[in-house]
Design a protein around this ligand. Structure first.
Ligand SMILES: C[S@@+](CC[C@H](N)C(=O)[O-])C[C@H]1O[C@@H](n2cnc3c(N)ncnc32)[C@H](O)[C@@H]1O
Length: 215
C-alpha cells in the first residue's frame, strides 16, 4: 500500500474508514481494563479519530498519522488550536494531552518515547496488505514494553470478496503475527449487513474482533 494512496484518500475526502462516533467496543471494554497507574497511550495510524479525545481525558496521547490533512482536520473539527513543531521527518501537533506525530509510522523511533501503557489499534493493522502487516507488527513490537497492552481491533470477512483496505485479518494470523505474546480475544461482534464506519462493505459476512495483547 503506497503512501500516495492514503494522501489521495485524505486530499479527496475518501475516508470511509473514519468513524463519526466513538468506537463502541472501546467505550464498552476499555474502562474496565484500566489499571490505576495507566497514563500513556500510543495510537498509530490515528487518522482524525475522536477516540483520541476519549483518551485525552486521562492519558498522555501520542498519535501518529501520515496525512497532514488528517492532523489539521482533527484539531480544526474539535475547535482546538495546536502548536506545530516542524522538522524534517515529523511535524508534531500538540494541544493539551494530545501530540500527533505527522509522518511515516515506519520512520518513528520508539526510543524517543517513554514506555506506553497502551497501544490502540483501530483500523491500523487491517489497513495494510499481508506483507506490510508483518513489517507493521515488527515495528509496533518496538513500542511494546513489559507494561504495555495492545487494544487491537480486527475485521474478518471472506478475503476474495473485496479488495482492501480494509483487509481481513483472522485469528490465526493474529496469533502468528504476535507469536510469543499473550493474546486474549475479548469479544467479537457481527457486523454483517451493517456499515463499517461510513462505508458499507460488499461482503457476505463481517465480524469485528477485539484482542488484548501483551508481552
Ligand atoms: C484505515 S485509516 C484508520 C485511521 C484511524 N485509525 C481511524 O480509526 O479512523 C488508516 C490511516 O493510516 C494512515 N497511514 C497509512 N500509512 C501510514 C504510515 N506509513 N504512517 C502513518 N500513517 C499511515 C492513513 O493516512 C490513514 O489515516
Amino acid at each position: 500500500m503506497k503512501q500516495q494512496f492514503w494522501h489521495d484518500c485524505w486530499d479527496n475526502t475518501h475516508i470511509g474508514f473514519h468513524q463519526d462516533e466513538l468506537q463502541p467496543l472501546l467505550v464498552e471494554y476499555f474502562p474496565d481494563l484500566l489499571e490505576p497507574q495507566d497514563s500513556r497511550i500510543f495510537v498509530p495510524l490515528c487518522g482524525k479519530t475522536s477516540d483520541l479525545l476519549f483518551f485525552a481525558d486521562r492519558f498522555k496521547v501520542i498519535g501518529n498519522e501520515l496525512s497532514a490533512v488528517a492532523c489539521r482536520d482533527f484539531f480544526l473539527e474539535n475547535q482546538l488550536t495546536p502548536q506545530v513543531k516542524e522538522s524534517l521527518s515529523f511535524n508534531i501537533y500538540q494541544q493539551g494531552n494530545i501530540e500527533l506525530y505527522q509522518g511515516d509510522f515506519f520512520a518513528l523511533n520508539s526510543k524517543q518515547f517513554q514506555p506506553f501503557d497502551w497501544i490502540y489499534d483501530r483500523a491500523a493493522l487491517i489497513a495494510f496488505p499481508e506483507e506490510m502487516r508483518v513489517a507493521y507488527v515488527q515495528h509496533i513490537n518496538r513500542f511494546i514494553s513489559a507494561q504495555t497492552r495492545v487494544f487491537l481491533l480486527t475485521l474478518e470477512f471472506p478475503k476474495d470478496e473485496i479488495q482492501g483496505p480494509p483487509f481481513s485479518v483472522d485469528e490465526d494470523e493474529v496469533m502468528r503475527l504476535f507469536n510469543g505474546c499473550k493474546i486474549t480475544k475479548v469479544t467479537e461482534r457481527d457486523l454483517t449487513g451493517q456499515k463499517f464506519a461510513r462505508r458499507k462493505l460488499a461482503v457476505s459476512s463481517l465480524t469485528e474482533k477485539l484482542y488484548i495483547i501483551s508481552k
